[in-house]
Design a protein around this ligand. Sequence first.
Ligand SMILES: [Fe+2]
Length: 237
Amino acid sequence: MSDSFYFRQLLAGRDFAVGNDIARQMLNFAYAIGDRETGEAILVDPSYHPTELVEIVEADGLKVVGVIATHFHADHIGGDLMGYEIPGIAELLQHRNVPIHVQTTEVAWVTKGTGVEAVNLVQHESHDILKVGKYEIEFIHTPGHTPGSQCMLVNNCLISGDTLFVDGCGRTDFPYSQPEEMYISLNERLAGIKDEVVLYPGHLYSAERHSPMGEVRKNNFVLAPVSKEQWLAMFAR
Ligand SMILES: [Fe+2]
């Protein structure tokens, strides 16, 4: 089944949007998931230079048929980032009229942050499946960093946005963050992910660009505390 699986991890400021100083500081990953046999691909978190991401996928011989947002933050899907306007899904939609897949809870934040209207968004609940070619992408709602953060599991790859990094996890000190939900996301909602599944995070905050979940479980300090109370005492800000 893995023969025609297409998967690319692209670091903003290095692999695309080269020379963009904000991208080089923020260290965001975008992803492309596809099926080489059907030629369909989905982009995850296209920001900084979304049309270049479309070109990269097309140069590989596939067509972008949709976009997934892990969460609404501007460094992932465009919008205002500390006074800088980051291109993202709004710019992409001007070039390719494709559906933007978001977690239901995130819809209002995405429309507010990007100006993209709700009619362009496809809402998903946890465990919904989106097919790209013959590959099934499962959405896992993982609130905490933002209320509608979601991870995606496809072909033994877990794309985790800002929920879980190879080292550490996403911030939970925003006004809308939910530290207790983050604990539950990390320790319960992602508990069923097998050790051999490879974690592909939303940022390069570690030496490794990706890591098997078994290694992440051994080495990541945010997965070490044994109780919710202990976790909150250490990480809730
Ligand atoms: Fe974020």
